[in-house]
Design a protein around this ligand. Structure first.
Ligand SMILES: [Zn+2]
Length: 157
């Protein structure tokens, strides 16, 4: 069984394609990367990651972020397009040839709260890492661990 790739126009074995994809695997990767390099694709990817965090699906922060508020995908994208900082940061990111250190990220101003209009702003990846150390996030992580220890003790587990 073979398939025809709509991007590179080559005929390849079906195993070279993901299920239900009209582009071969290498072209699919390329196309996804191109999409992430548009503001729309970038925001889409951001939202997917944010939504995973508040659903406790990101093991790095599941214990602190699970159950936090999040606005809808369309509200997030609408809000993001209105942020002048996003346009500026995204332009810098592009000019740096996609250096991850200056990748724009969504910062939660109050780290104990979720992704709501009044609690989000765009900053760069390295600013975000610094902010995380500066403000109460470490404290809230420590508190989170203390609470789960206390819970385990009280349940004798
Ligand atoms: Zn292809």
């Amino acid at each position: 069984m073979t398939g025809h790739c709509s991007m590179c126009k080559l005929t390849k074995p079906r195993s070279e394609f993901h299920k239900n994809q009209s582009t071969c695997k290498p072209c699919h990767v390329l196309r996804q990367r191109q999409y992430r390099r548009t503001i729309r694709g970038f925001l889409d990817q951001k939202y997917t990651a944010m939504s995973k965090r508040v659903r406790g699906k990101d093991s790095r922060c599941a214990h602190i972020m699970n159950g936090m508020d999040i606005i809808s995908r369309s509200s997030f994208i609408e809000w993001a397009y209105e942020q002048p900082t996003l346009k500026r940061l995204f332009r810098q990111y592009k000019q740096s040839n996609w250096d991850f250190k200056i990748c724009p990220t969504v910062d939660r101003i109050d780290p104990t709260r979720g992704y709501t209009f009044d609690n989000m702003r765009f900053i760069t990846q390295s600013e975000n890492a610094k902010h995380r150390w500066d403000n109460g996030t470490i404290q809230s992580m420590v508190d989170g661990y203390k609470n789960s220890f206390a819970y385990c003790r009280s349940r004798k587990v």
